[in-house]
Design a protein around this ligand. Sequence first.
Ligand SMILES: Nc1nc2c(ncn2[C@@H]2O[C@H](COP(=O)(O)OP(=O)(O)OP(=O)(O)O)[C@@H](O)[C@H]2O)c(=O)[nH]1
Ligand SMILES: Nc1nc2c(ncn2[C@@H]2O[C@H](COP(=O)(O)OP(=O)(O)OP(=O)(O)O)[C@@H](O)[C@H]2O)c(=O)[nH]1
Ligand SMILES: [Mg+2]
Ligand SMILES: [Mg+2]
Lengths: 292, 273
Amino acid sequence: TISEKFQVIFKTLRGHHRISEANITDSLREIRKALLEADVSYTIVRDFIKEVKEKSLGEKVLDLVSPGQMMTKIIYDEMVRFLSMGACELPLDRSFQTLMIVGLQGCGKTTTCAKLAFWFKEKGLRTLLVGADAQRPAAKEQLRTLAGQTDVDFFTLDEEKNPLAIVHAALKKAKDDNLYHRMVVDTAGRLHVDEELMKELTLLSQSARPDHILLTTDAMLGQDSVKTGEAFSRYLNLTGIILTKMDGDARGGAAMSMAAVTGKSVQFVGTGEKISQFEPFYPDRMASRILG
Amino acid sequence: SSPDKKLEEEELQNLERVLIETDLGVDISMTLVDMLRHKRFSSREEVKAFIKQELLKRFSSSGRELGEKGKPRVVLFVGINGSGKTTSIAKIASLLQKKGKTVLLAAGDTFRAAAIEQLSIWAERLSVPIVRHKMGADPAAVAHDACESAKAKGIDYVLVDTAGRLHNQNALMEELKKVVRVISARVGEDALEKLLVIDGNAGQNSFFQARHFQESVRLDGIIITKLDGSAKGGVVVSIEEELTIPVKWVGLGESVDDIVPFSPDVFLSALLE
Ligand SMILES: Nc1nc2c(ncn2[C@@H]2O[C@H](COP(=O)(O)OP(=O)(O)OP(=O)(O)O)[C@@H](O)[C@H]2O)c(=O)[nH]1
Ligand SMILES: Nc1nc2c(ncn2[C@@H]2O[C@H](COP(=O)(O)OP(=O)(O)OP(=O)(O)O)[C@@H](O)[C@H]2O)c(=O)[nH]1
Ligand SMILES: [Mg+2]
Ligand SMILES: [Mg+2]
């Protein structure tokens, strides 16, 4: 665990009065290994270690603090900084806003759409859930069922195979009914290497003109997180990230890679299959989790 | 021919990065790089071949086919949420049909919204019978009914879907054990095959999934899905080496034909390209 690794750092640096390149090499190697095991992407780990090294070597060790404690604090603070990049919260004003939920297959988008609707409901905002996944068997039915469980309105075109047409019709309904503060659009999962489907997403966002585009990411995503983040950023104007399945035991290093590469931070985390298992993201808690 | 020489440190660092980025894991990657550091090579190809041979050694298990014992033979698909269980069932059902086998599906995910509907659509597309109860029903009861129905109709294979579950959630792992007990009691342990479905995009957590599922229900094999993306699924090397669970199939897309048998050789070539 990282607390064990920090103990190693303490031991190595005990008796030293300042942090030098020689006496932190082993510590940095330990931290690097821990981050890679936590699924933080290779290049992000490299950048992180470089930052930590520069900051550590630049520090005059205070008389009251041991070099070990100083370095531990630098590592933790730098992690929180990486995770807070591009941090911003979803606005809660009552003007009509559209959110589009995107991501790889199976990461939790449909469930997250319902969770967002429930979260908005608790804030006094009325949501229209839009089933624009016309590809996966029973995807519309899944969101319809979740909407029913959440007592939130649901819209789709049952026979329509083109998501653009569904979103277009949903926007019209939202405008005509004039009842909703938020419209949350579910989309089909897709691989970021699937150029045709990524272009479809660009077209969808051009037509729906969402105020928020949230990339849903499985907490257990591996080294591919950098490529995933880069690709979705390239095709869309992402506004934030949602990390799902945080009730599992994955360390969640992908969160760090995603934030670093998209410049957007995680805004919410899913903590279970229930609609209510959804909470704001806390970088300090995530830092402790990734560091193990 | 060019003389054998040692690899430059920069080259070794680059190789370490390439290996780690496949989700192989830090320990295996560093061990391999240390091996490379002390050897001499005459070409890049030789380096790649060496790495491939070293990794090939770690695939200890045989038995990559679907078992044949039992009539019906019951195949239980388990794994964490969203890994690709339901879709993989459709793919395996189609494969079995092509081999002239009769198949029955069991809608054993009685929890998630529209899970039964999702599998029912696949059953309809494949023209295979499906046994299902209502949402909220006992999954063990669905599995039991499916076995009864298959026995009565002389069906070759029963493919049982289960709800996604995180391996660190005890109550859910206990529920799974109960499903296994009920099926085993009905058709016998030898006629039951348990496959873990893992997401090819996942990182090191796949190893812990495999270990926990293995501890709860002895696994007969693994299906790794979504390798049609850019993720390489390198974590299966440590699963095979340390847990000796054979990877049987690879999912390569969302259509019913997008599945191939797992071959360590093909897998490693793709890993290192
Ligand atoms: N334990 C847990 N399960 C979750 C969480 N979020 C979603 N799930 C489950 O993950 C699985 C996949 O969720 P979906 O909402 O269908 O995922 P998706 O991204 O819409 O999938 P596709 O539309 O096929 O790409 C389901 O079993 C969900 O119940 C979470 O925070 N924790
Ligand atoms: N690209 C790709 N997508 C896949 C593959 N296998 C499954 N999927 C997709 O992954 C998503 C989840 O698949 P499911 O079969 O619903 O997964 P599951 O494990 O049954 O999910 P839960 O029942 O919610 O736990 C769907 O969108 C599938 O189409 C694959 O090999 N490649
Ligand atoms: Mg979905
Ligand atoms: Mg399923």
